[in-house]
Ligand binder design. Structure first.
Ligand SMILES: C[S@@+](CC[C@H](N)C(=O)[O-])C[C@H]1O[C@@H](n2cnc3c(N)ncnc32)[C@H](O)[C@@H]1O
Length: 458
């Protein structure tokens, strides 16, 4: 790890901490401005993401060596300390003396009067003979509430631990939180109109890219390491899309091969719209609605690349307004509502999200989700199905929301068991809530999803 990578990482961390910038955007901007080679970029990314992700654990590790409360420290000083303790505690290949020297030098440049203090704290930290894991566990055990202990151990705000425990029980909630600190895996979805999974696997092997068939989805391929997929010819030719393996389970619940018309109410960049389109019979269409025009433009580009643009029609609208269009009412064989949500199932992908979310977000999102689900119920034809999905793990946005919509529909909507339409390995492991299935990250290393299917009875 070079001094240059550490110096750029400190600047990016301060942008995130003091200016509220998003971690991925702040990093991109720094890389445009600083000439770093690929190795330093990788190190800088690891330092930034790791320090942001492990912030609460790092503070618990640091506190015993600081005479002053951490909140009273200058932001630059605290950030240098956190970044250095991250290297000492989590990056085994970084020599302690190099991390420490660089920390003191960085401090001399950014907050010179605190250099002696930083040196003293870090030397005391490195003199302690116990492993960082032992020290962290001691800090966690000293917490009086379960959520605080878990929050310190795995570095999350306590409310997230509590929210997950309310949905999944404490043991599974902790396993999910631990799994969400692992780096996300990269997986591909095969477009059956362009290639079979075996053909794509063979091409990957020939290119020397480690890959294996997904255990979660019959169209999925798990890649063994980071690859620049978009530059790979089969990607450009539309044989594959990048998609999380659990996310691939949702569109098949609509049974698109049996549909003439499908509505994707919150289509976003169209990962699921295009999956639906790949499986529609000839002559069938999927309508993709989103509130953001730039997302729909990217969706259309993907549909062209995958050769399904003739099957996709986009609508720029608030989905809640669509039932106001008489030609759409009760018209669709199937409606997908992949709802905007608090995203607690995809915490692995964005290390800063856990600190940005607020407990009150859940209630506001649940209100929007309910309005969107009511719109879905108005658009689906009698006998048709709605698939409701989120990438979050709160009951309020999942089972409770769907159960309330079904209760209010007075018999017009009925919950269907989705397990028969999930691959056997997945069906055996999902936990069933009152309304749908939960796929959680600790099982297969996927994102966490909730999925429910409702049939309109009349
Ligand atoms: C979970 S994301 C969808 C992801 C997408 N289905 C995919 O698989 O790529 C939710 C989407 O809902 C959109 N959205 C939020 N509020 C909306 C509304 N009122 N009407 C339509 N779309 C909305 C957001 O722009 C976002 O793209």
């Amino acid at each position: 790890m070079t001094a240059r990578a550490r110096s750029v990482a400190l600047r990016v961390l301060l942008d995130i901490e003091t200016d509220g910038k998003y971690a991925n955007l702040a990093l991109q901007q720094a890389f445009r401005n600083a000439a770093l080679d690929d190795r330093d970029k990788a190190l800088c990314t690891e330092l930034v993401y790791g320090t942001v992700q492990r912030r609460r654990s790092l503070d618990a590790l640091l506190a015993p060596y600081c005479a002053r409360p951490l909140d009273d420290l200058d932001r630059r000083v605290l950030t240098i300390l956190r970044m250095t303790v991250y290297q000492l505690a989590y990056l085994t290949r970084v020599p302690a003396y190099a991390a420490l020297n660089d920390a003191v030098n960085l401090c001399k440049r950014t907050a010179p009067r605190a250099a002696g203090f930083v040196n003293g704290v870090l030397r005391a930290f490195t003199r302690d003979q116990r492993s960082a894991a032992e020290r962290l566990e001691e800090a966690a055990r000293a917490a009086s509430a379960w959520a605080d202990a878990v929050g310190i151990r795995h570095s999350y705000p306590s409310w997230i631990a509590d929210a997950l425990a309310a949905s999944l029980g404490r043991e599974r909630a902790e396993a999910v939180l631990a799994a969400c600190n692992d780096p996300p895996l990269l997986s591909l979805r095969v477009n059956p109109r362009r290639a079979t999974r075996d053909e794509v696997l063979q091409t990957l092997r020939e290119a020397g890219i480690p890959a294996s068939p997904s255990q979660v989805s019959e169209w999925g391929i798990r890649l063994g390491r980071g690859v620049d997929v978009e530059a790979w010819p089969p990607y450009r030719q539309g044989a594959v899309s990048v998609q999380d393996e659990a996310s691939m389970l949702i569109a098949p619940l609509l049974k698109p091969a049996r549909c003439a018309s499908v509505m994707d109410l919150c289509a976003g960049l169209g990962t699921k719209t295009t999956q639906i389109a790949e499986h529609l019979p000839d002559g069938a269409r999927v309508m993709a609605c989103d509130i953001h025009a730039h997302k729909l433009r990217l969706l259309q580009e993907s549909a062209r690349r995958l050769g399904v643009d003739g099957r996709v029609e986009v609508v720029l609208s608030d989905a809640r307004a669509l039932p106001g269009r008489p030609e759409l009412l009760g018209r669709f064989d199937a409606v997908l509502l992949d709802a905007p949500c608090s995203g607690l199932g995809v915490l692995r992908r964005r290390p800063d999200i856990r600190w940005r979310r607020r407990p009150e977000d859940t209630a506001a999102l649940a209100r929007l989700q309910r309005e969107l689900l009511d719109a879905a119920a108005a658009l689906v034809r009698p006998g048709g199905v709605i698939v409701y999905a989120t990438c979050t793990l709160t009951r309020q946005e999942n089972d409770e929301l769907v159960a309330a919509a079904v209760a209010d529909a007075g018999g017009r909507l009925a919950v269907e068991d989705v397990r028969p339409d999930l691959p056997a390995a997945v069906a055996a492991r999902v936990s069933l809530g009152s309304a749908g299935a939960w796929v959680t990250p600790e099982w297969f290393g996927t994102d966490g999803f909730f999925m429910a299917r409702l049939r309109r009875t009349e």
